[in-house]
Design a protein around this ligand. Sequence first.
Ligand code: NAP
Length: 309
Amino acid sequence: MNENQEKEPLDILVVGSGPAGLCAAVYASRANLNVLVAEKEYRGTGQIAESDQVDNYLGLPGINGYDLGEAFLTHAKELGVEFYEGMADGFTNEENLWMVHMADGSTIRAKTVIYCAGASHRRLGVDGEEEFAGKGVSYCAVCDGAFYRGKETAVIGGGDTALGDALYLSDLCEKVYLVHRREEFRGQASTVQQLQEKENVEILTSAVPAKIVGEQTVTALELKDGRSLPVNGAFVAVGMQPQTELLRGVVELDAAGYVVADETGVTSAPGFFVAGDVRTKALRQVVTAVSDGANAATSAAEYIKKVWQ
Ligand code: NAP
């Protein structure tokens, strides 16, 4: 069934309801545009929900990431933004109209698309990672940390996510190893300092994971230099991969798979805009995601005026 086929096309279909998508929807709604947000996860707010503490969002120091995401969602809902629970599966364009083919078989027609699907967790790529996923290997400390209360864990990575995860786990776990492959950290120096002051955190640099071992669940993380860390859990925080597989052949992507676009969100395909972590940019944070959402909605509104009115 395809109810949407019979209706007037939407002005804007926003794909993804993280901070970028929700901010785009808020701006679109306030501009009196007919906007719908498609989100694969029921009431999802993206990666932000996995952050224990967000200390750099202006005006709200120390806010819990989940609460910040919920506040964004509530704001959009209070403005009357509507949501569609479903996963986009492909995009085609006919005479300036975008057809968004959903995994459930429906097609949503829209004058513009703002794609804000974010990024997914990169895999470490060592033996045992897949075997023990969900049985000692986790990609979200805030989601799974409580299972490791009083136990020993390792966090792998040297960016802000790994540092934040190690800090979060240090309040729950008996011992936390922070395992980073280089000497210098990519994440904020102030968090590294906080970790150095924690008695139950051991920081291992120039330490390259080789294998995650266990029986029913994880028992150790083996390093390439031969060391074996006795841990019950391994938290992998080695960066993100943009969720842009569907966009190959639709818009221009860079070598790493990010959509080529500046802060206006304008892509190589007319009427197709991007916002948030999926676009080429230097700083991927909540504050830059919401700013992208506002800009992309404004660009979409200008495009609709020019092409459709
Ligand atoms: P990231 O900054 O890309 O860091 C990934 C880390 O994983 C790097 O230290 C990298 O090592 C390491 N790594 C990558 N592949 C590896 C492998 N195969 N084996 C071992 N280590 C590997 O990713 P992120 O920490 O998820 O952060 C993503 C973005 O979100 C960043 O811009 C970050 O600032 C932002 N963020 C902000 C906050 C906040 O402000 N509250 C919180 C979380 C994330 P190398 O350093 O050697 O490359």
